[in-house]
Ligand binder design. Structure first.
Ligand code: AMP
Length: 215
């Protein structure tokens, strides 16, 4: 099943995608994660993306499309994927359809994780990420058992450089400018399901699993 998770930064796309990937046995593909890895490895792409990401703006369509096309060459997507962070614009949605059509596949289901601004700001400014396995924690809502260390793999926890309030607000603004046309696109294609992602992550996960079972 080819599943796309849509929603503002902080909607829980990454958290849901990781859990879904485990329960459905599909790869989790996050454009943000791939970009951050490129920044860490100081690749050409990483060098071009770093400043843009720190400002909360979108990395150029061509760069991201090329990166994704390469990722889709991995045979692990034969049975499906959980796509997180792409598409973010109508043009990216069309590019995604085009890239996939060359591989004779198409998006089956799009889940829109609808989230209020207040919840987003609280979630993101308190988010901690494991540098080793990518697991997410929260300073207040989901603190790690041991301060600064991941519960699952003991990796060091860090705060993403774009998870400060100023950049979060910019990312939200960028997101809101683009989301309406994306929603319309997937609504017309009868692929969109909207969920209230202010609710507890477990409840949202059960709802996504129920929807994906119907595909
Ligand atoms: P995320 O981890 O999805 O919140 O993405 C972090 C940052 O990576 C974003 O604020 C953008 O700068 C960049 N990024 C991730 N996905 C995309 C995309 N589909 N198009 C453009 N930029 C992206």
């Amino acid at each position: 099943m080819y599943l796309v998770l849509l929603g503002p930064p902080g909607a829980g796309k990454g958290t849901q995608a990781k859990r879904l990937a485990q329960s459905l046995g599909l790869p989790h593909i996050s454009t943000g994660d791939i970009l951050r890895q490129n920044v860490k490895d100081n690749t050409d792409l990483g060098k071009q993306a770093k400043g843009i990401m720190e400002k909360g703006l979108l990395v150029g369509d061509d760069l991201v499309a090329k990166m994704l096309d390469e990722r889709f060459n991995n045979p692990d997507i034969k049975k499906g994927f959980i796509l997180d962070g792409y598409p973010r614009t109508l043009s990216q949605a069309k590019t995604l359809d085009e890239i996939l059509s060359h591989k004779n596949i198409s998006v089956d289901l799009v889940i829109y994780l609808n989230t209020s601004d207040a919840v987003i700001i609280t979630r993101l400014t308190g988010r901690l990420v494991c540098s080793k396995c990518g697991a997410n924690f929260h300073v207040l809502n989901m603190p790690p058992k041991l301060k600064g260390a991941c519960d699952s793999c003991a990796g060091v926890l860090y705060q993403r450089s774009d998870d400060n309030e100023g950049t979060v607000r910019k990312r939200l603004e960028v997101y809101k400018n683009e989301v309406a046309s994306l929603i319309e696109y997937y609504n017309l294609a009868k692929k969109l399901h909207s969920l209230n992602a202010d609710l507890d992550a477990e409840i949202v996960l059960d709802q996504i699993i129920a929807l994906s079972a119907k595909v």
